[in-house]
Design a protein around this ligand. Sequence first.
Ligand code: ARG
Length: 717
Amino acid sequence: MKKFLLSLFAVALMLPARADEGMWVPMLIGKNYDEMQRLGLKLSKDDLYSINHASLKDAIVQFAGGCTAEVISDNGLLLTNHHCGYDAIAGLSTVEKNYLDNGFWAHNMSEELPAPGVTVIFLQKMEDVTDEVMKAVGNAKGEEYNKKFAEISKKIEDRETGKDKYTVANVKEYFNGNQILLLVYKRYVDVRLVGTPPKSLGKFGGDTDNWMWPRHTSDFSMFRIYAGKDNMPAPYAATNVPYKPKKFLPVSIKGEHEGDYAMIYGYPGRTNRYEVSYGVDLSIRDVNPSIVSIRDLRLSIMRKHMAEDKTIYLKLTSLYARIANYWKYFIGQTEQLKRLNVVEKKKKQEEKFTQWASENNYDAGLMDRYEKIYAEYTPYAKHAVYYGECFRSSAVARLGSSLEPLRKWLEKKDNNQDSLKKYITALKTGRRAIMKEFDYGTEKDMMAQMTKMYYDEVPKPQLPDIYQKVIFKKFGKYNSDKTYEDYTAYVFNNTFLIDSVKFNAFCDAPSVEKIDKDAAAEYAMSYVDNFTKNYLPKVEAFSNQKKELSKEYIKGLMEMKQGKLFYPDANSTMRITYGKVLSYDPQDAVHYNYFTTLDGLMAKYKPGSDEFDVPQQLIDLYKKKDYGRYADEDGTLHTCFITNNDITGGNSGSPVINANGELIGAAFDGNWEAMSGDIAFDKKYKRTIVCDVRYILFLIDKMGHAKNLIKEMDIRE
Ligand code: ARG
């Protein structure tokens, strides 16, 4: 397999690659180098990726598990998005010291705030382990494959992680399992908040502007990595020192123009570019509308309680933002999948594929098999969404479910105290994470309304027995709001999971009897049992079969289009995408320029608005046109710009880098007209939205007065 892929890559070398589309694997980026140069890149191959000396990859980290950040000084200063630092910023804020609302700037290192739980990983190396893994899994399929894959992965990972506890190793599938790479990272765990603009600017435009261009958000925040005296990772200690990077990015304030070379390094999370028409159709009809309507309800419940009390607001705002972000994402994705006729386009590609397959001795029945597995899965697709999104919206549901592994173990009457300890620790860790975002009033409404919604929306024969056995039997015969409110009140009064004294007492002496007597456990287990026994096997069978088919599909496509350079779907590993600064036409007769300005921001200004208010300080700076050296040559202050780079969620915070390897902005979003991009890249519409680094520096300098940070960076005029 590996040989087959490599030979394809080799052929591809001679043909021009495509700019814009593509999330390329850094280790293999040499294949794209000629095209990158043609577009204007001035760096050498080794500057892009090397394991022997410092290269761009050494300045890029995965931030807090789901975002990207870049090192921008030789003292480990990090730039990422505001929405990536949001959880940490809200967590460090109180009603009295509200950094989220007011912003925060450390004017020297001793003012920087430890951000517990925030960690970053640096990529050390990537290695092709396809042969070793393929040998170990042989011809295994389905669950058998998953098991063998997990075993060999662990063996390979252990070889690396044995060295020290801050080394992280992951074996990952690329091209849906056709190629396997090992990635080795170093994790730094002492990360501190250095600065953030106030939320009014860092989230300017709120959910209204989210996923949209033109945009005026200064979506950035700054952190710093600390290390032990030996520059190695170390747990937080006051004596830790700023991390000395192998490489950091200089910053260019020369400004960018239409057509300028732009590339992005980062950690894109997930794309599904090889999805077939049947899958797109199911998303449009069932999956996406279900997610959106559940989130509509969840968000409205949260909004009501957050408006009542500032403390509740601070507790829930990060969770709210995460849910709202993908609520709007699924609305946009559905709209664009329809507008761009993605089902039709995929169908045409699939017909061509089948035609080719029948002429070339490949598997001509592949698409029929796709159709069959989708038909079999469809009756359960909605339930799977409701289980994950509706039932599990409620914290009590998640708390109750978290008892399941412990209950199973207790039932076995194994007396091993060590494993008991492990279960209890896992239970406590899980509960701590849930309680961080637990508000009593919100959760009562959440459970009552989600329980009702589940009943209303999941096909009746698929429902768990809690409705007939407990809810309707004891709390009202009818499916009415009052029935669910009464039942929820009963559950809240008869569980040890919410109150920490009761919870700790349970942990000190756990038993199956106590779990079975607990009303929240009874509630949750009814759903968990029903789903895991009757429907999870269908979900798993479907996803295993789909994975096998897609592996074959991609392999076939590569044979069919020999010479074309392929890139694998995003899988939360480091990728490079390159292209240029570029405007676009969103619809007939409409042109969108490639940059926005502070004038445009002020035109959106709405005093007192939750999303479009602006601090007085910025208004004053705007009136004086006090932009200093951060002004564009046109005299305005540019706020954001767009490129045709190919990014997705997880790339948030990624550096946008010019032809000389200098930072020109922080990527933070995609645009509405291309929201179908994770499933089908549309060259005409797809853009990356970037916060201009000059706007970032302006806010640090003129609003934050953090000259210390400006001095620390290598700014190129
Ligand atoms: N849509 C952005 C992304 O996923 C996040 C934007 C955060 N801002 C917001 N208003 N929710 O990359």
